[in-house]
Design a protein around this ligand. Sequence first.
Ligand SMILES: [Zn+2]
Length: 351
Amino acid sequence: MIELSDRLEKFILEIPKVELHLHLEGAIPLNTLFGFIQRQGDNKLIKNLKDLKKRLVYSNFVKFIKVWLWKNSFITEYEDFEELAYRVLQSLSQQNVKYVESFYSPRDFTFRNKKLSACGITESLIKGKKKAFDNFGIRSELIVDVVRDYGPRMGMNLIKELSGYLGRGLIGIGLGGSEKLFPAGFFTKVYQKARERGFRLTAHAGETDGAKSIWAALNELGAERIGHGLRAYEDPRLINFLQERQIPLEMCVVSNIKTRVCKSFKEHPVRDYFKDGLMVTINSDDPTMFNTSINNEYLILIQKFGFSLEEIRKINFNSIQASFMTDIEKGIMKETFHQEWEKLSSKYFKK
Ligand SMILES: [Zn+2]
């Protein structure tokens, strides 16, 4: 009989999963990134994967953003984006992720690299994700990330440029970047326009700024989900509101520790939020930059926060419910997840 911890790990790996908060650029497999780095000629600082891993350590959120931009500077061709989407989805499919809603930030690239356009990047990612679907059966949708730091005008332009991809691989809009310096209120019109055009709406909030930033994402943007929502605890009224309305939180535990927005697992509110009946989902954010994976995030809930398997099951189903799929698609997915869960739990935990 294999050890309980081994069985648990196998079980978590094998259950079907949904990922709702993942940045494609931050999920790039390190060997793919290393290949892109090498293509630019000898890099004296990054001679092997070990050197690359050493670069992926951050003393604070600002340092993290610096490394983020440095890494992006090696993604230079349209083919790279196709490869990026394909490799990321391949890796997720190996963890039995069945459905993904992933962010991408085209302005990080078009801003510096004039030969790339947001449309071209979107088309390349769609090609990559189609190939991943054909080869691995993994379904995915794109969410374009409006980076706060580039301002609302650029956000508005992105909405106008990319609306034509809605229903063809693109499903929504997100808001990332410097939360404190560029409050959500700057982007009210961008979100209004996005909603009119049929984009689904999410926004990072309560990650590097407090509860008021979450209120702003809800009230001023009409966000349907909140990316992180870490600091909601600052305002009990907000906790009540999130609970009553069942507004999904796309929580990413390891990310919060690695960027130091939360000091330790002990201080992380994920357990309290779940107990308070908030709509918690678990996600990996930028897994290869944080040396994590969706699989690992699930395990951490069990090992560091004491989640029971029944609670894990609730989290697993929350992600289906919180997704931007149609109700019919959600119903079908819940049924298959339920059957798989029953099958795997009797395989690993019943005699
Ligand atoms: Zn994120």
